[in-house]
Design a protein around this ligand. Structure first.
Ligand SMILES: NC(=O)c1ccc[n+]([C@@H]2O[C@H](COP(=O)([O-])OP(=O)(O)OC[C@H]3O[C@@H](n4cnc5c(N)ncnc54)[C@H](OP(=O)(O)O)[C@@H]3O)[C@@H](O)[C@H]2O)c1
Length: 284
């Protein structure tokens, strides 16, 4: 069986390829779909088949998916362009005769208030309309989202956000990669919808505590109104659309949109999710 992974040079894609190989997939039966093969020389060296295709290039995608049985469609990172890009991939998968697609969506994509959700909802709807057998991996937040500025948080002693007392059921990327691999390697996955989140469901104030534990510096949580948080992010130099997206995500945390008690992640990976403090420590 041939399994393709899009975004295979990204963080999640690389981990998914690693887990598939660790679980016995023959690298020669894995197709890494990448936009820049120069970033995939390590995959080629491991015997993975690397094929070049940008999400914007429908013919290249169809060629890249030739002979593929199952596809892990990792959502693109170019927010705002993803409906057209994912349309290309799903159309190409259909034309290439791909039998099954697992798509990395977002928790409760059909109802989620976070600004990232509509592109995921649209992609889920495209998959449903495509008639291709598929499963939805509705991923929660990554703990890694809190590692980029961890040194800054420790230095300032502050984690600012707008999540109020909302709980965040995040997990490590590797947990989501293992879940994706489990779905790809199992039979009978058509029509499955997984709400994937960690079992450590904590508030941002508790996350600040985990930052203190990991860094050894006291970090406290400072809760701001959504608009003020967005303005603070822009003031710190983030582009307005990114600041808007992060503020919307925090409003989602406040509303419980990035929380889940489904247990789906734990069942798929056969263990508890990775604790936040481990991910934070590993990033230092
Ligand atoms: N759940 C969360 O907390 C969370 C957080 C961030 C992102 N996400 C979503 O989950 C996805 C995977 O996460 P990640 O951490 O692996 O993100 P990432 O490291 O940014 O990986 C994104 C992948 O998509 C590829 N890609 C983007 N635009 C493309 C295009 N036009 N054509 C072909 N490939 C394209 C990138 O290619 P290159 O390797 O060439 O850059 C990269 O391999 C993200 O893309 C995003 O949709 C989720």
């Amino acid at each position: 069986m041939t399994i393709a992974v899009t975004g295979a040079t990204g963080h999640l894609g690389r981990l998914a390829v690693d887990v598939l190989i660790a679980r016995g997939a023959d690298p020669a039966d894995l197709v890494a779909v990448v936009r820049d093969p120069a970033k995939a020389t390590d995959l080629t060296a491991r015997g993975v088949v690397v094929r070049q295709a940008d999400y914007a290039d429908r013919p290249a995608l169809e060629a890249a998916l030739a002979g593929v049985d199952k596809l892990l469609l990792i959502s693109g990172s170019e927010v705002g362009r993803r409906i057209a890009q994912h349309t290309n991939i799903i159309d190409a998968a259909k034309a290439a005769g791909v039998g099954f697609v697992a798509y990395t969506s977002v928790l409760d994509a059909q109802n989620s208030p976070v600004s990232l959700a509509p592109e995921h909802k649209a992609t889920e709807d495209l998959l449903a309309a495509s008639g291709i057998d598929h499963a939805l991996l509705r991923n929660g937040w990554y703990w890694e989202n809190y590692t980029n500025d961890l040194a800054g948080n420790a230095e300032r002693g502050v984690l600012a956000g707008a999540g109020g007392d909302g709980r965040l059921a995040a997990a490590a990327r590797v947990d989501y990669a293992e879940a994706a691999a489990a779905v790809l390697l199992a039979d009978g996955q058509a029509g499955k919808v997984y709400e994937l989140g960690g079992d450590e469901r904590i508030t941002l104030a508790e996350l600040a505590g985990r930052m203190s534990e990991a860094t050894g510096e006291a970090v406290v949580y400072q809760d701001l109104p959504t608009e003020q948080f967005q303005a603070a992010l822009e003031g710190a130099g983030l582009p307005a659309p990114i600041a808007e997206m992060l503020a919307s995500a925090d409003a989602g945390i406040k509303a419980g949109a990035l929380d889940t008690t489904s247990g789906d992640l734990q069942r798929l990976i056969g263990r508890n999710s990775t604790p936040a403090v481990e991910v934070l420590r590993a990033a230092l």
